[in-house]
Write a protein that binds this ligand. Structure first.
Ligand code: FEO
Length: 175
């Protein structure tokens, strides 16, 4: 059994994760239109991960006799000025998600809801990994700089990061 307040808060998180999934898909589509295949594949995979994060909450709410609401997701932006801006926004969005998970844990603590506290620990680890990954991305983009061939090298880096994540997943580890 879960409290109404906790259920509502988890439903808000469902919406947050769903928006992240659509935002990254929109970013992938824009990268594709710019011919950036590595960036496109990276962002599509991130979009799928966010969908999985969303669905995990559906499953959890079902387990604890709650009710998951399928969110009406607002339309994400469609265009960006440059690819550097895309990844800066991904990092900022991940920081917001982390803050939101922390708030959920504060609420679960207040309610002595140990099951939800335990469930949310998975997200704590996931957010630590995602923020670290996005900091790596931003560091590489900064090192490559804004020279004439920077887009080519950024795309190559993103392809390499994506391949590494796919290989880690295939090996049974976390991406
Ligand atoms: Fe599910 Fe990357 O936040």
């Amino acid at each position: 059994m879960i409290s109404k307040k906790m259920e509502e808060a988890l439903n808000q998180q469902i919406e947050f994760e769903g928006y992240a999934s659509f935002l990254y898909l929109s970013m992938a589509t824009w990268c594709d239109s710019q011919g950036l295949k590595g960036c496109t594949d990276f962002l599509k995979r991130q979009s799928e991960e966010e969908r999985m994060h969303m669905l995990k909450i559906f499953e959890y709410l079902s387990d604890v006799d709650g009710f998951a609401l399928t969110p009406g997701i607002k339309e994400p932006p469609r265009k960006w000025e440059k690819v550097q801006e895309v990844f800066k926004q991904v990092y900022e969005h991940e920081q917001k998600v982390t803050a939101s998970i922390n708030k959920l844990i504060t609420l679960a603590n207040k309610e002595n809801d140990y099951a939800t506290q335990h469930f949310l620990q998975w997200y704590v680890n996931e957010q630590r990994e995602e923020e670290a990954l996005m900091r790596t991305v931003l560091d590489r983009i900064r090192l490559i700089g804004e020279g004439p061939q920077s887009l080519y090298f950024i795309d190559k880096e993103m392809d390499a990061l994506n391949q590494a994540a796919v290989a880690a997943e295939a090996a049974g580890g976390e991406a």
